[in-house]
Design a protein around this ligand. Structure first.
Ligand code: MG
Ligand code: MG
Length: 261
């Protein structure tokens, strides 16, 4: 992970463009998520959409990662491989997407329910998204990295969920992963000071059961130790005074999901 890159206003606007392309890509994926589709089809569609819009999939070939999307099913936490698996009703599918456009990176993730999921899983998705929003509320000048983690952890643990510690959010923009690391746990008032010009990816990974994870022999996939579901929501966010500037958006996705209902 490289150093902290402080961005100019112009650079932040370029990161917004990259992040919005990520958001639109996730909305394209949202359109076709349904029982019977293979996850590799989602990957192909995303790659085509990103390239048609002048971008490059940021994950493809990153440290040897072989796909454009990370697609993590059910008890998989992050970094899952797309493949021939066909989605079925009741699955959850976390889709993480990164884009390079005009040399700047955006990064965002959303966990989708396929058809009807059970009420416990539905609650996990809702609470994980709330964790992201609560973390973002702390992503302002004057706060510290630990304030974000504290907010995320407190909300997750209040709901008896496990917070994944082995993987963390990160600075983003000039590179896919920059300093500082943004853990989903922490102490209030601890860690690096948040300053104007910092752009970070906040990405709670929350488990329905225990916090522990296992790392697969494929070198990438991470899943829960107890086999219970996990959820992942991520935004790229610019640190500002008073209120964070969220550069990615779930609006496109949620428009699509509303129309599918
Ligand atoms: Mg991501
Ligand atoms: Mg990320």
């Amino acid at each position: 992970m490289s150093k902290v890159h402080y961005k100019s206003v112009e650079e932040i606007e370029l990161i917004r463009k990259s992040s919005l392309l990520v958001s639109k890509t996730l909305a394209e994926v949202a359109k076709v998520i349904k029982a019977g589709i293979q996850t590799i089809e989602l990957d192909k569609l995303a790659e085509t959409f990103i390239r048609d819009n002048g971008g490059v999939p940021a994950f493809l070939n990153y440290n040897g990662f072989p796909y454009s999307l990370c697609i993590s099913l059910n008890d998989q936490v992050v970094h899952g491989f797309p493949g021939i698996y066909e989605l079925k009703d009741g699955d959850t599918v976390s889709v993480d997407c990164g884009v390079v456009l005009n040399n700047f990176y955006g990064d965002s993730a959303y966990t989708f329910a396929v058809g009807e999921v059970d009420p416990e899983t539905s609650k996990l998705l809702k609470v994980t998204k709330e964790c992201l929003i609560l973390g973002i509320e702390k992503a302002v000048v004057g706060m510290r990295v630990g304030d974000i983690g504290f907010a995320v952890q407190q909300h997750a643990e209040k709901n008896d969920y496990g917070v994944v510690k082995e993987l963390v959010g990160h600075g983003v923009g000039v590179q896919l992963h920059e300093k500082p690391e943004i853990p989903n746990y922490g102490k209030r008032g601890s860690g690096m000071k948040l300053e104007e010009g910092m752009v970070i990816a906040i990405e709670p990974m929350i488990n329905a059961g225990r916090a522990g994870v296992k790392f697969w022999k494929d070198g990438w996939t991470v899943s829960t130790v107890d086999g219970k579901p996990s959820a992942h929501f991520e935004h790229t966010v610019a640190i500002k005074k008073g209120k964070a500037d969220i550069l990615s958006t779930f609006n496109y996705i949620e428009e699509v999901l509303k129309q599918k209902d």
